[in-house]
Design a protein around this ligand. Structure first.
Ligand SMILES: [Cu+2]
Length: 154
């Protein structure tokens, strides 16, 4: 009986230790962000856009693979870029990985890289926050909450 209880306690400790180290590996400490915001969407709009600067505070280059947001925000969330073409500006999903040099930064800003939200579940209203999860090539993640601002607040 005593022995059983000990092994049960040991299992609990083991599970706690494993899950703690799992999260420590998953959430990167290399990345920080600044100037993040989500543009408020007009009623009926199906798409939204968000901007942020990601900083790599580590000695190792980081490679951004994808971004996600919750299903109750938008059906899809993608890394996008604007391209100049003969007929004007066009945007498309980023093809491949985005490099963030060691101690460098990656800017998502109007006219350039941006975070595209498609299939909005509800309008993006100023004053709310939207959580984004960035995933890197090594499968580490960076979670951030960005405030929704109206276009006038830009
Ligand atoms: Cu876009």
């Amino acid at each position: 009986m005593y022995r059983l209880r000990i092994s049960f306690l040991f299992s609990l400790v083991l599970i706690a230790t494993l899950s703690t180290s799992f999260f420590a590996i998953a959430e990167t400490k290399a990345i920080a962000s600044s100037n993040g915001w989500v543009r408020s969407s007009p009623p009926g709009s199906k798409n939204g856009v968000a901007f942020v600067t990601l900083h790599n505070n580590s000695d190792t280059p980081q490679q951004l693979e994808s971004v996600q947001c919750a299903a109750d925000i938008a059906s899809r969330c993608e890394l996008h870029q604007h391209l100049k073409t003969a007929t004007g500006m066009r945007m498309q999903k980023v093809d491949g990985l985005l490099d963030i040099p060691a101690h460098g930064e990656l800017r998502f800003a109007p006219g350039g890289y941006h975070i595209m939200l498609t299939g909005l579940a509800k309008p993006l209203t100023a004053g709310n926050n939207v959580e984004f999860i960035f995933t890197f090539a090594d499968q580490s993640t960076y979670h951030v909450q960005l405030p929704v601002k109206s276009v006038h607040e830009e």
